[in-house]
Design a protein around this ligand. Sequence first.
Ligand code: G3P
Length: 218
Amino acid sequence: MKFFIDTANLAQIKEAQDLGVLDGVTTNPSLMAKEGITGAENVKNHYLKICEIVDGDVSAEVIATDLEGMKKEGDALAALHPQIVVKIPMIKDGVKALKYFSDKGIKTNCTLVFSAGQALLAAKAGASYVSPFIGRLDDISTDGLALIEQIRIIYDNYGFATEILAASVRHTMHVIECAEIGADVMTGPLSSIEGLLKHPLTDSGLATFLADHAKAAQ
Ligand code: G3P
């Protein structure tokens, strides 16, 4: 399972990278805005900075919602750096854009996916990644993890190469359950990755080991 971090915050990306378990980064227009990154040049430079920190795929989302606009913007994003994956929304022109980029050999991440039907369409159009938003489904009392299970079955039935990127992951249990189901990738905040480290018995066990060692050394 690949671990992506879902942020545009450079310090958090570096922290996850330094842990040695990071496989990539996902961003979106809200996450870029949160870091105060506005203007084409600043956005471009920010993506380049992210690519310098991580070795893996970096999803950069188009703002355009029409096919020609998405093609133009996506081509420019892909030309920035070989690690850039063009993130395309699940709308009608988005499906056409996925096919356009897939035919050109440019990697894509189909975002804002909330149903198995949308995930099937994204795979048919040749998306490299499909991003079902599990946290946002949970927010409206719909089982986000059940959607990951459904997509896993569908993709396995037909051998689709599209990777299931569980997005809108909010906490460590999402990560663990996505791993049990067989999501190819998860993207979440730094806390969802670092949370995997924690267990009170690890902390108390280590404290005892160190105290016993100190006593024996006296
Ligand atoms: O990767 C999608 C993600 O950015 C959405 O997460 O927490 O805003 O639902 P969230």
